[in-house]
Design a protein around this ligand. Structure first.
Ligand code: AMP
Length: 114
């Protein structure tokens, strides 16, 4: 089993500001927020990145998106808009090798990203 910082949070070995959890995912505030609201939605299943997602994970990945959308509503950032990001691999800027979806909101974001 992988043992990233996110696995430690999911096991309860590291503290985190958890906003939501269920059988499939845990969502907690990013420790170094890039926006006023910055939440990570992480699957409990070991999956290093989007590159490791298979057909079997269709429902899981869809669930991650719906959890992010519901959190955007509860954090009251849905009306003004928000960004969902999967960083993948080195060029994608992924640092933690466990799949996670970033939910960012509360400020205007530029495009394209740097
Ligand atoms: P990524 O670059 O897509 O792999 O994003 C990893 C994210 O995890 C970064 O935004 C970090 O700030 C965040 N992060 C790292 N360690 C922790 C932690 N202990 N609790 C919450 N977020 C963390």
């Amino acid at each position: 089993m992988s043992d990233t910082v996110f696995h430690k949070i999911m096991r309860g070995d590291l503290p985190a500001d958890i906003l939501y959890q269920d059988d499939l995912v845990v969502a907690f505030r990013d420790i170094s927020p890039a926006a006023p609201s910055h939440v990570l939605i992480v699957p409990r299943k070991d999956l290093p990145s989007v590159s490791d997602v298979t057909e079997d994970d269709r429902m899981l990945v869809g669930h991650m998106v719906l959890v992010a959308r519901n959190l955007a509503t509860s954090l009251e950032i849905e009306g003004e808009g928000y960004r969902l990001v999967f960083n993948c691999g080195e060029n994608g800027g992924q640092v933690v090798p466990q799949l996670h979806l970033h939910l960012l909101g509360g400020r205007k974001m530029s495009w394209p990203p740097g």
